[in-house]
Design a protein around this ligand. Structure first.
Ligand code: NAP
Length: 257
């Protein structure tokens, strides 16, 4: 349908089985995109989340799952190859897969540091590197990286996460320069607290922290995955053709203070 903003385009969304990626993939499907779901799991993490393939089927979208660990260069190449072989090319890459562990800096195990950097920052790089040749062939090429408000400011007990997301924010600016001549827009989203598995446990158990977060947020609520999907749609569509190298906070004003 002509009114669909991504009609006929192909999007690859990492970490799309759960949370924010699930909402982005579903919205892109509703807007007419073919969607490659690249995740290490097929089913969503939370029991009450709807499987992304159910939403994509409802939207009438063409969709493919490819089991992908974004920290593996081989998996990154295979995910992009799947998009190209299934749908003839790639227009939109969403580097969404990400993990979070909570430790004070001096107690962070090597493994936690390495995993977070390898998945959040390394995965963004590996998928981008693999996707550039296909994106160069697209007339509507967009890369959208998931940074975080913790990539813009420091956050308690989150040294590795803040380092990874600060890296994602700045590599977004850097990549926008390398691929401007190829007309590939590269932007990032910096979500505030969004209701997903990443923070499900403390939202259920830590009422003080919950209240503190809500009080510090000018629009005093947590975000829904769909809040991020709406912003991702803007960055994936022609409406953002002159926007590149930008990190867009979607946080109810949390970083405006
Ligand atoms: P989520 O609900 O935990 O979903 C992430 C998905 O990515 C899961 O299906 C997960 O599978 C998958 N995944 C994890 N490691 C992967 C890997 N190596 N390769 C491929 N897939 C992998 O997380 P979310 O909250 O939607 O977060 C999405 C992105 O937004 C992340 O980059 C996150 O850091 C960022 N973000 C989230 C928030 C928030 O408040 N939720 C705020 C700011 C930024 P497994 O469960 O099996 O690991």
């Amino acid at each position: 349908m002509a009114s669909q903003r991504l009609h006929g385009r192909t999007a690859l969304v990492t970490g799309a089985s759960s949370g924010i990626g699930n909402a982005i993939a579903a919205e892109f499907g509703r807007q007419g995109a073919n969607v490659v779901v690249a995740d290490i799991r097929k089913e969503p993490k939370l029991e009450d989340e709807r499987p992304v393939f159910e939403k994509l089927e409802e939207a009438g979208a063409d969709a493919t799952f490819v089991e992908t660990d974004v920290s593996s260069a081989d998996d990154a190449e295979a995910a992009v190859e799947t998009a190209v072989s299934e749908y003839g090319g790639l227009d939109i890459l969403v580097n969404n897969a990400g993990i979070y562990h909570q430790y004070q800096a001096h107690e962070t195990p090597d493994e936690a540091w390495n995993d977070i950097i390898d998945v959040n920052l390394g995965g963004t790089f590996l998928l981008t590197r693999a996707a550039i040749p296909a994106l160069r062939d697209s007339d509507n090429a967009k890369i959208i990286n998931l940074a975080s408000i913790y990539g813009l400011v420091g956050g308690e007990n989150s040294a590795a996460y803040c380092a990874s997301k600060g890296g994602v924010a700045n590599v977004t600016r850097q990549l926008s320069l390398d691929y401007a001549d190829d007309e590939v827009n590269v932007n990032a989203l910096a979500p505030g607290i969004i209701k997903t598995a990443q923070n499900h446990e403390w939202r259920e158990t830590d009422e003080d922290l919950l209240e503190d977060w809500e009080n510090r947020t000018p629009w005093p609520r947590f975000g829904e995955p769909e809040d991020i999907a709406d912003a991702a749609l803007f960055l994936a569509s022609d409406r953002s053709d002159f926007v590149t190298g930008h990190v867009l906070s979607v946080d109810g004003g949390w970083t405006a203070r």
